[in-house]
Design a protein around this ligand. Structure first.
Ligand code: COA
Ligand code: AMP
Length: 633
């Protein structure tokens, strides 16, 4: 048997500096790094400290220089609007360098922050790359977030400019961005200098000059700009993600390590080569979109597909097969929920049989646990390997995966395969000792983390240290729990904090609780994620009212649901809020969320010995049955 994977993995763990120095030779540097890893200020590690490069140069210019300017860089396909377009590397570079010039004309300089709140259109990708070209730090905010979330990101990043579009399209609904942005700008304490808005055809909105300007207007008189030189440890972007409270965490990415690691992953994890056609069906507002719609495929010189649509309903459950067939996609990366949605609508795969998928080689799933049923269903239908791999916004690339470009490993259904080179993954038990094979515990990664992961949090070094690096000295705490089996396969079982995963979207139940607590009739509440066949998990809210509230329960539930939609956004998918008499707690007053979740999921639970009143659990059960969450058994 070949030891290719094991040998490479061992090298990456035993000699990370040599391993990553070799990988760094594959990217373009204005000045090659001589210092590979600075460990002097742990846990703040610095990769490629004295290297000088540029993200946009590695995504675009380099391919033109190497004679591949006519290769298609980006394919845009929007079944929602019926629009399609293609851009070669040369065409994309022209658009990006002109928009970079436009940003400079609007006063954006290296190190300034730029918020991008846009739908899945080419201009969103152009805006990201233009920021990278001039060294501005972009912060993309997912379109499904509400004004409140956008405002908190404007304030935390102190953005100079905000780039948006007149609207987005969701099935059956137009998302009007301008009123959402106006409200966010009003709410934010920090004031942006400029709003640049892309007017979508046949959906123009009124702008208030001089602060609000249209994309076309700023581009009209802009000159093309060259890439600026960036130090390897300068920041490329901030991506906010759910923390354990309502205050999102600004995950930052540095320039050099990001390019090296992401380019390395395309061949080694995904078996993707220059010129291959690659599709990541996610959204640029999420980490999967950052890394695998935009950056990694362009660093590698591939063709990347930007899809403005859904797996079902745009127009049908054949949408994915159509894209794969029309563009001869080699590999697709998406969240399991997308396949569950297709399976639910077309269990027999009738749509599938209409398309030619002869060029399709593999399917990668991540973002949430991939249930074995869905993997097997996809394997049977597609007749290609279906690979579950595990990663986080914090890391920007997979921590564990079947590294198909190094050596194909066997699938164990329910496991996200083995640690990827660069990640020394361990399980730590509650007594803080390292677990033996198959023993459950917290999943941690030995420091230093490999390049491309987060060197800190935006303006929050202490929070970075405190939150991720202090519970287990010398390790990064992933906040996932699970075990590693005797063959080194990693099994991700649950989160250890209050994060839930709804249709591959990461949400904080704490943040939803904060919103519910603001309702004037709510005395206390608990939000938990219950199992859902389609979305993996769904948030439900249990609400206890203040004494003397006269409003009826139904009205209060509706108001609570609307508040979450207004304050967090439709992405929270918060549609169930139940008024109950009291919440089960420990004698010390801690809400027993885990026990309630088990009751709601109809799985066995032990009566917590510290519960203050066991009868409350029966009451909760009745309430869940009454509200059709739990079937009467
Ligand atoms: N802008 C505005 N609103 C958005 C949005 C966006 N970019 N994306 C989603 N929303 C809205 C949806 O319209 C929906 O609103 P509604 O309550 O009015 O119906 C709500 O947010 C919840 O969206 P979603 O969780 O996506 O559910 P859905 O029912 O619309 O679709 C799936 C379910 C499975 C089809 C969908 O989640 C999907 O395609 N997932 C693919 C995987 C993925 O992209 N994962 C991301 C990380 S890899
Ligand atoms: P995000 O930061 O949004 O990418 O979410 C990261 C979290 O999603 C992880 O910490 C896991 O809890 C979960 N996750 C991602 N991929 C997987 C996977 N393959 N299996 C199980 N959970 C996953």
């Amino acid at each position: 048997m070949s030891n290719k994977f094991n040998d490479l993995y061992k090298k990456s763990i035993e000699n990370p500096e040599i391993f990553w120095q070799e990988a760094s030779k594959d990217i373009f540097w204005f000045k090659e790094p001589t210092k590979i890893l600075n460990k002097s200020n742990a846990p703040f590690y610095k990769w490629f400290e004295d290297g000088v490069t540029n993200t946009c140069y590695n995504a675009l210019d380099i391919h033109i220089e190497q004679g591949n300017g006519e290769r298609t860089a980006l394919i845009y396909d929007s079944p929602i609007t019926g629009n399609k377009s293609k851009f070669t590397y040369k065409e994309l570079k022209l658009k990006v360098s002109r928009f970079a010039g436009a940003l400079e004309n609007q006063g954006v300089k290296k190190g300034d922050r730029v918020i991008i709140y846009m739908p899945m259109i080419p201009e969103a990708v152009i805006a990201m790359l233009a920021c990278a070209r001039i060294g501005a730090i972009h912060s993309v905010v997912f379109g499904g977030f509400a004004s409140n979330e956008l405002a908190s990101r404007i304030d935390d990043s102190k953005a100079k400019v905000l780039i948006t579009a007149s609207c987005g399209f969701e099935p059956g609904r137009t998302v009007e961005y301008k009123p959402l942005v106006d409200e966010a700008v009003k709410q934010a304490t920090h004031k942006i200098d400029k709003m640049i808005l892309f007017q979508r055809p046949s959906h123009e909105v009124k702008l208030n000059a001089p602060k609000e300007v249209s994309w076309d207007e700023v581009v009209a008189d802009a000159k093309e700009i060259d890439c600026v030189e960036m130090n390897s440890n300068d920041f490329a972007y901030i991506l906010y993600t759910s923390g354990t409270t309502g205050t999102p965490k600004g995950i930052v990415r540095d320039v050099g390590g990001h390019i090296v690691a992401l380019k390395w992953t395309m061949k080694n994890i995904y078996n993707i080569n220059e010129g291959d056609i690659w599709w990541s069906a996610s959204d640029i507002g999420w980490i999967v979109g950052h890394s695998y719609i935009v950056y990694a495929p362009l660093f590698k010189g591939c063709t990347t597909v930007l899809f403005e649509g859904k797996p079902v309903g745009t127009p049908d459950a054949g949408a994915f097969w159509k894209i794969i067939s029309d563009y001869k996609v080699k590999s697709l990366f998406t969240a399991p929920t997308a396949f569950r949605a297709i399976k639910k609508e077309d269990p027999e795969g009738k749509f599938f049989s209409k398309y030619d998928l002869s060029k399709f080689e593999s399917l990668f799933l991540a973002g949430e646990r991939a249930d074995p049923d869905t993997i097997k269903w996809a394997e049977n239908l597609l007749k290609v390997p279906v690979i579950d791999h595990w990663w986080q916004t914090e890391t920007s690339w997979a921590i564990s995966s079947n590294c198909t470009g190094i050596e194909m490993m066997k699938t164990k259904y329910g496991s996200a395969c083995k640690a990827v080179p660069g990640y020394d993954v361990k399980i730590i038990k509650s007594d803080k000792t390292i677990a033996k094979p198959n023993e459950m515990g917290d999943i941690v990664v030995k420091l230093p983390l490999p390049p491309g992961t987060f060197p800190t949090l935006w303006n929050a070094d202490e929070r970075y240290k405190e939150n991720y690096m202090s519970n287990y000295e010398g390790y990064y705490q992933t906040y996932d729990a699970g075990h590693i089996d005797e063959d080194g396969y990693i099994w991700i079982m649950s989160r250890t904090d209050d994060i839930i995963n709804v249709a591959g979207h990461r949400l904080s139940t704490g943040a939803i609780e904060e919103v519910l607590s603001e309702h004037q009739s709510v005395a206390e509440c608990a939000v938990l994620g219950i199992a859902d066949k389609l979305k993996g998990q769904l948030p439900i809210g249990l609400i206890v009212l203040k004494a003397g509230v006269e409003k009826d329960n139904e009205t209060i539930s509706k108001e609570c649901i609307q508040m979450v939609r207004n304050k967090i956004g439709p992405v929270a998918a918060f549609k169930i809020a139940i008024v109950i008499k009291r919440l089960p707690k420990t004698r010390s007053g801690k809400i027993l969320r885990g026990t309630i979740r088990k009751i709601a999921d109809n799985v066995e639970y032990k009566m917590p010995p510290t519960i203050d009143d066991p009868l409350i659990l029966d009451e909760i059960k009745e309430d869940l049955i009454k509200n059709n969450i739990l079937k009467s058994v």
